[in-house]
Design a protein around this ligand. Structure first.
Ligand code: GDP
Ligand code: MN
Length: 379
């Protein structure tokens, strides 16, 4: 779960990392007023969940509130790498004396965290790493020890950051741990002409698995163009839905079965359009909700329902499909493979409903082949 810069800044501020004063607005008129209360001169910054905003023209200095209004008008609505700007942040400009790059990221392969830092901040870290690889320090952080002052000093030394950055490095670690983030990045962390250390940009990715520990985290914002609306709708119903870029819609129960279904579809020469995991013990209601979600994706040309009944009763799944056919207008072919617990009853229920667009298959391979063929025919 990625945060916007203005959200990341709040977390930084709460953990004692200094940031320039700022305000977030959604209209040019508000931008003018906010610039006025920030002292007139402001940096106008597009709020989108992608980097490289500066280069794309999404970060601009405005000398007066009137200029801020004009600049906000230019930036709002701008498309930056496929992200439409709906909010801009106005920040008090600072005099940069030096720009640094600092981040902590979860290194899953190593089972540890990695501090990445460079005294050549500003541009994107991939570019720094490509043009001046020797300037990028990578220091493993043992999660059991974390980053105390000594560790932060080690990171600063390795990256040739000035010692004044040490407190910010320690605090940034606290952001990572206490906010349950898997990535925190400040680029640039700057030293101003008055010697202050400030975070001028922020990127934070929270670990969605820790949501239960953070009452303040909101659910996915459906008005946010970065969130697939179907994904949000499915999440709201407690279902795991993921949008992919193929043409076969996939519903299965359990992560393992769903993953292998995706593989089998690929092996049949088709590509999954999305998948929905209805989980163990799926009820008729869940099945009906799930089918509704999958069918509302316009990219879907055929749907494969692959259910192996363990705790889940195939009878309940079949009831769910029949129930869904009452409420959703089926316009695409549906291939259903039911096996395991209560499979005979499930198959009989579907056969009894005899919907012209619903076909049954007995094997997973056969079902995937048929769904792939139907998707190709674009029925
Ligand atoms: P990004 O391009 O998406 O990473 O956006 P940033 O927030 O990092 O802004 C891009 C660049 O604009 C930064 O690297 C800074 O060099 C510059 N910048 C941002 N805010 C200020 C500011 O207050 N004063 C000055 N002088 N430069 C700024
Ligand atoms: Mn940046």
């Amino acid at each position: 779960m990625d945060l916007y810069e203005y959200e990341a800044r709040e977390l930084f501020k709460n953990h004692g990392i200094a940031v320039p004063d700022a305000a977030v607005v959604t209209s040019p008129r508000e931008a003018r007023a906010a610039a006025g209360s920030l002292g007139g001169r402001v940096v106008v910054k597009a709020q989108v969940k992608t980097g490289g905003r500066g280069r794309a023209g999404g970060v601009k200095l405005a000398a007066t509130p009137a200029a801020a209004e004009l600049t906000a008008r230019q930036i709002l609505g701008m498309d930056i790498k496929g992200h439409v700007v709906r909010k801009v942040m106005l920040a008090q400009p600072v005099r940069i004396e030096a720009e640094f790059y600092v981040s902590y990221v979860l290194d899953r392969a190593a089972g540890a965290f990695l501090a990445i830092a460079s005294a050549e901040g500003g541009m994107e870290v991939e570019e720094i790493a490509a043009s001046r690889p020797e300037s990028v320090a990578r220091v493993p952080v043992d999660p059991r020890c974390g980053v105390d002052e000594a560790k932060a000093a080690e990171i600063a030394r390795a990256a040739r950051l000035p010692p004044e950055t040490v407190p910010a490095l320690v605090r940034l670690w606290h952001v990572l741990v206490e906010e349950d983030a898997v990535l925190v990045e400040v680029n640039p962390l700057v030293r101003t002409s008055t010697g202050e250390i400030l975070a001028l940009d922020g990127k934070v990715t929270l670990d969605a698995n820790a949501r239960f520990r953070h009452a303040r985290w909101e659910g996915p914002d459906v008005t946010d163009p970065g969130v697939d609306p179907l994904e949000a709708a499915a999440n709201a119903k407690g279902l795991t839905y993921v949008k992919l870029d193929g043409e076969v819609g996939v519903i299965g129960n359990g992560a393992g079965l769903v993953m292998s279904t995706l593989d089998v579809i690929a092996a049949c020469g088709a590509r999954p359009a999305n998948f929905l995991d209805i989980g163990g013990g799926a009820s008729a209601r869940v099945m009906a909700d799930g089918l509704g979600v999958i069918l509302s994706d316009p990219a879907v040309k055929s749907v494969l329902v692959n259910v192996f009944g363990g705790i889940t009763s195939c009878g309940a799944v079949a009831d769910g499909i029949v129930q869904a056919l009452e409420s959703v207008q089926l316009t695409k072919p549906l291939v259903v493979r039911l096996d395991g617990n209560d499979a005979a009853r499930g198959r009989a229920i579907l056969a009894g409903r005899a919907h012209p667009l619903v076909q049954q298959a007995t094997s997973m391979d056969g079902a995937a082949r048929r769904a792939a063929r139907l998707a190709r025919q674009g029925v």
